[in-house]
Design a protein around this ligand. Sequence first.
Ligand code: SF4
Length: 131
Amino acid sequence: MEDLEKSALSLIKKNKEGLLQSDLWKMLGLDSREGSRLVLRLTKKGLIRREQVMVNGRRTYRLFLVESDSGGKSIIVDLSNVLDIPCTTCPYIESCGPGNFYDPATCPLMDSWLEGKLESRSKLEKMSLKY
Ligand code: SF4
């Protein structure tokens, strides 16, 4: 995250009632073009939300920090290792479960998928030992 984004988040956080975007731009010394881009970036990242308000007869936005359960820290979740799990395309997923006819514990598709994962992992470990 850029220093500018950190500064903006810090200023928005201090204003529990929301900070007018024009005030934020002034505080950061940005023109409206730069300020709009910054606000858009933070909004797209899900770090702030905008609420439309009327001030002196003009439409503008009040900015609020998006509170997260992680205490403001980002959590990066890597799902790349499970995206190809056979269950995502399995026609039996609705009836699959422990003790059922289709059971993850005895599923040949799941076994084969897990074996493939273990094989790739073991290959990677062997490669890393070489270097
Ligand atoms: S465990 Fe097997 S049967 Fe069950 S949903 Fe996954 S692929 Fe389908």
